[in-house]
Design a protein around this ligand. Structure first.
Ligand SMILES: NC(=O)c1ccc[n+]([C@@H]2O[C@H](COP(=O)([O-])OP(=O)(O)OC[C@H]3O[C@@H](n4cnc5c(N)ncnc54)[C@H](OP(=O)(O)O)[C@@H]3O)[C@@H](O)[C@H]2O)c1
Length: 265
């Protein structure tokens, strides 16, 4: 679909690149010539994924600024540059808002909002600002009409969408473009982590999707490639929904109602 040498001489960092959507994104960058580093918390599966992909890896928890610093040092020593940052790492758990604990709320905000900021700031200061070039793509989620059933991730992802607009404007003078992608339900390893009742909710989403299907990892990766190549040179600060229109026409309350039925019958 793209020219084979599109990302020759480019270095791309993909957080959460050991699994699911991040793995697919890493695979595509390698296919189109980039040098890739994947980063996530669990070293063993991360090393295995890097071996399969033929790329570099470094264990890093995006919530820990000392680990992000070590990751930046590693990239500098190994590659001397970074051109593309894909903030894809993230995670959440379904729960009605009234029972989310302080600890659970903080964990999701820390992972999905703070981690993205820490990573963007460090990589911008270390590479993109001095280089006067860089691309950041933030993978968020469809929270267009709120996120009933996952209030914490909805708030965090809305925060990242707004952060995307701010960073795009502040860093335009350094020739850094910042965009976001909001996937709908994507058929990937991320879905395996949910209980059966939620998996049946996902099947319902699929049935009711106006395009009659889940999204694929490729659907997301294709837009990541677009956002990080010269085809999108005049686009920054935007969010693109890759969701078969679920943000317009999906049943936003269905997850919440499924959760309530699970809990109280
Ligand atoms: N699949 C979907 O339908 C869907 C829809 C909308 C948005 N999303 C979002 O898209 C992203 C990728 O999703 P996916 O489906 O590919 O899920 P996944 O397979 O669960 O991938 C999440 C990745 O993030 C890493 N990660 C989580 N917390 C981290 C942390 N604190 N520091 C570093 N790495 C961390 C995980 O690796 P470790 O466990 O090794 O850290 C894992 O590789 C996530 O942000 C997800 O919430 C997914």
């Amino acid at each position: 679909m793209y020219a084979n040498d599109l990302f020759n001489d480019k270095v791309a960092l993909i957080t959460g690149g050991r699994s699911g959507i991040g793995y697919g994104i890493a695979k595509d960058y390698i296919k189109y010539g980039a040098k890739v580093i994947i980063a996530s918390r669990k070293e063993e599966p991360l090393a295995k994924a890097a071996e399969e992909l033929g790329c570099a890896y470094k264990a890093c928890d995006i919530r820990k600024t000392d680990q992000i610093e070590a990751l930046a040092d590693f990239i500098k020593a190994e590659f001397g540059q970074l051109d593309i940052l894909i903030n894809n790492a993230g995670g959440q758990f379904p729960a009605p808002a009234e029972i989310i604990s302080e600890k659970g709320w903080a964990a999701v905000i820390n992972n999905n909002l703070n981690g993205t900021f820490y990573m963007a700031q460090k990589m911008a200061n270390t590479f993109f600002i001095p280089q006067k070039s860089g691309v950041i793509v933030n993978i968020i989620a469809n929270m267009f009409r709120g996120f009933p059933g996952m209030a914490h991730t909805g708030a965090a992802r809305a925060g990242v969408e707004n952060l995307t607009k701010t960073l795009a404007q502040e860093w335009a003078e350094y020739n850094i473009r910042v965009n976001a992608i909001a996937p709908g339900v994507i058929e990937s390893s991320g879905l395996d982590t949910y209980p059966d009742a939620i998996k049946s909710f996902f099947e319902d989403v699929k049935k009711n999707n106006l395009m009659g299907r889940f999204g694929t990892v490729e659907d997301v990766a294709n837009v990541v490639l677009f956002y990080s190549c010269p085809l999108s040179a005049y686009i920054s600060g935007t969010t693109l929904y890759v969701d078969g229109m679920d943000h317009l026409a999906g049943n936003g309350m269905k997850l919440y109602k499924t959760l309530k039925a699970m809990m109280y019958g």
